[in-house]
Design a protein around this ligand. Structure first.
Ligand code: SAM
Length: 293
């Protein structure tokens, strides 16, 4: 456990998908005056250097956010909002800093909204707490060095009965897949009207393959609408000659939302094909977008 550090992956294609969806969902939820609570069950360090040792080791942002930044095409509105958000943490044209979900969310929140951040890795928790301290956000943002699956319970339902829960585990242990399902199951029982946004990797392992089907079943059982978006940038099969000495990298990922804000589907319909075009690495690049409930 704990070999995963998000700094190696910050700004990759999975972050582009996850953070584009997160921003589009929040923008809609924040149109209502009533206070919103955002719970980030797996927060990471909050801010990442794209020119630091971690990021350059794998340079995943080169095939992610940096491709968008270099694109000549006019971006679809949700993708442009995402890129504008990343640019807001940088000066000038080059992107050196990447905001993780805690910083993206905090920048969008209003004074009366709340942000609860769970992180279990001791080093990342220290970095997150130090980064958050610089925001001077006072009691708006809470950093909790606790298990996010367990700790989330105490915030559901939130006092103002409006919340978005982002569940973004590293899935480095197999049990994460089951714990995500349990979290959604219990979450929907405690707080049926919450917006639940779950990221997952699309990799050749049975638990990952089964997860969206199981999440759909939970949404269906609760009688709640759902949205499922996936982005594939390359084949999951790496030719053996090319793989020598290289880590293959994540080929695809998905975002599954229960109670998705209504305009999200149209926003994603406009930008997913562009993500495929700009982030695709081979002819297997593709997207899917489905809704139900
Ligand atoms: N949500 C972040 C973002 O979008 O910027 C990235 C999070 S990263 C994919 C997953 C994080 O979860 C890692 O920093 C890892 O240390 C942390 N983690 C792993 N297990 C955890 C648990 N049970 N509770 C809370 N955090 C955990």
């Amino acid at each position: 456990m704990f070999s995963y550090r998000h700094a190696f992956h910050a700004g990759n294609h999975a972050d582009v998908l996850k953070h584009t969806v997160l921003i589009a969902a929040l923008q809609h939820l924040l149109q209502k005056d009533a206070a919103l609570t955002v719970v980030d069950t797996h927060a990471g360090a909050g801010l990442y250097r794209l020119d630091g040792d971690y990021a350059t080791t794998s340079a995943e942002s080169t095939d992610g956010v940096l491709r968008l930044a270099a694109a000549a095409a006019t971006l679809a509105p949700a993708l442009q909002d995402y890129l504008d958000m990343v640019r807001a943490f940088n000066q000038g044209n080059s992107l050196r800093v990447y905001p993780g979900s805690p910083f993206i969310v905090q920048r969008l929140l209003r004074e009366h909204d709340k942000l609860k951040l769970f992180e279990l890795h001791p080093t990342d928790t220290r970095s997150l707490a130090a980064n958050v301290a610089q925001l001077d956000a006072g009691r708006q943002v809470a950093v909790l060095h606790e298990d996010g699956f367990e700790g989330t319970r105490k915030f559901l339902p939130p006092p103002a009965r409006r919340a978005l829960l982002l569940c973004d585990p590293s899935y480095e242990i197999k049990s994460d897949y089951g714990r995500v399902q349990d979290l959604l199951d219990e979450g929907l029982r405690r707080f049926a009207t919450g917006v639940y946004a779950i990221w997952y990797p699309i990799i050749p392992r049975p638990e990952a393959h089964d997860l969206p089907r199981r999440l759909k079943a939970l949404a269906h059982k609760a009688g709640k609408p759902w949205l499922h978006a996936t982005l594939t940038v390359k084949s999951s099969k790496i030719p053996s000659a090319a793989s020598e000495g290289r880590r293959p990298g994540l080929p695809a990922s998905g975002m599954f939302l229960v109670n998705p804000p209504y305009p999200l589907q149209a926003a994603l319909k406009a930008c997913l094909p562009q993500m495929v075009e700009l982030l695709g690495q081979d002819r297997n690049a593709a997207h899917t977008l489905e809704t139900g409930g």
